[in-house]
Design a protein. Structure first.
Length: 402
């Protein structure tokens, strides 16, 4: 508590020093104007007006409020939000207003310390020292010693306890004057929205890439374990696929966590594969060399934009992951370019009516990706040949990054 008031008093003294400088300059210029005549007086008055304009312009500069917020937060220990808006006139006016408040209260504090405290001590000493009492004005010498002592004590308390009141007033005014403006609130809301979108993006990256890799590892491990005794070559290939999927998962996890740590946006191409849809065949291989998926890919797919290809790749990746998590039998579909759009179809049989997925994180992530890319997603259960199937259809512009 003592440290807080000490630092608050330091803030008042900074304002008091500025007030003393302003008072000295005002007095000096005023005396110069009063004691001069003719054109010299006009020149001095013009200089005074020019100095005033320059001071006001400096106090209205964009960096002033940010500096005041930092100083007030440190010395007054008041929780203040970092200004996001420094260029609007509302922000600049608040910076000017706070400077005026600090100068006025600082000047009052300095006056109380330099006049009230010494005068109070003189009056208290005068009650016990006749020599000091004789130097007092006639009006005070005519008062009883008790009255003079009481007046001295009042001035002493005013000069000392008044500092506490001024610091408290400064601390109470700081949030009102230096608090967030409407522009600050708008920009901070935009920053929060950007952070939220980035968090969702990171969540999608982790869900799609790491989820796919773990699913692929699980599929390969199960397949290899079933045939290890009778088909060692197949088991060897499964182990190689597991090793490849593990390295890819670690690389992508390192990329996403590095982006999160450094505060950068994950918007570059995936580490493995490159930003095109050609590696869809690798996806099929990762999820099972036994050929459970038949996805055809348009030859023109290599001409699409990099960001559109990345989005389409992630959609196919998540769709195939869901096939092996929730489906049964062979998945089929196609990826093709029609009328400037990438059209994706993936469908597979499901285990039963109760296994049709009405939602989930994967579908939410795919829908978010496609919405940001200007695309659409339709997914749900269908009936083919009297059997329950799951169908996913996605569409997005082929030049989404142009």
């Amino acid at each position: 508590m003592v440290g807080r008031w000490t630092k608050g008093l330091l803030h008042l003294l900074v304002g008091g020093a500025c007030a003393a400088l302003v008072a000295w300059l005002t007095f000096g210029f005023s005396m110069t104007i009063v004691t001069t005549q003719g054109s010299v007086r006009l020149v001095m008055a013009t200089l005074v007006a020019l100095v005033g304009v320059i001071v006001v312009a400096l106090l209205l500069a964009p960096p002033v409020r940010a500096a005041e917020v930092g100083l007030a937060s440190t010395l007054l220990e008041v929780p203040l939000t970092r200004p996001a808006d420094s260029s609007s006139w509302e922000s600049r006016r608040r910076g000017l207003l706070w400077a005026v408040i600090v100068i006025l209260l600082g000047g009052t504090s300095l006056l109380a310390l330099l006049w009230c405290v010494p005068q109070g001590l003189v009056l208290l000493v005068a009650t016990v020292n006749d020599g000091v009492g004789e130097s007092l004005p006639e009006m005070l010498r005519s008062l009883p010693a008790v009255a003079v002592g009481a007046l001295g004590l009042a001035l002493l308390l005013l000069g000392t306890l008044g500092q506490v009141v001024l610091v408290a007033l400064l601390r109470a005014l700081a949030p009102r004057v230096l608090g967030p403006t409407s522009g600050d609130l708008l920009l901070l809301a935009e920053e929060d929205r950007a952070r939220l979108l980035r968090s969702h993006e990171l969540a999608r990256e982790l869900h799609d890439s790491i989820g796919h890799s773990l699913t692929a590892i699980g599929v390969q491990a199960e397949a290899g374990a079933r045939v290890a005794s009778r088909d060692p070559a197949f088991a060897q290939r499964a182990l190689e696929q597991i090793s490849k999927a593990t390295r890819a998962a670690v690389s992508e996890l390192d990329e996403v966590l590095g982006s999160l740590r450094e505060g950068t946006r994950v918007d570059g191409p995936p580490l493995d594969p490159a930003p095109s849809l050609a590696p869809i065949a690798d996806l099929l291989g990762d999820l099972g060399p036994q050929g459970r998926s038949t996805i055809t890919c348009d030859d023109a797919i290599g001409d699409v934009g990099a960001e559109a290809a990345r989005t389409a790749y992630r959609v196919v990746q998540e769709a195939l992951t869901n096939v092996h998590r929730h489906g049964s039998g062979e998945a089929r579909g196609r990826v093709q370019v029609e009328d400037g759009r990438i059209e994706i179809l993936v469908e597979n049989p499901v285990l039963g009516e109760g296994t049709a997925r009405a939602g989930g994180r994967g579908l939410v992530g795919m829908r978010e990706r496609l919405t940001l890319a200007g695309g659409t997603l339709v997914a749900g259960p269908v009936s083919l040949d009297g059997r329950p199937w799951w169908r996913l259809e996605a569409s997005l512009p082929a030049r989404g990054d142009s």
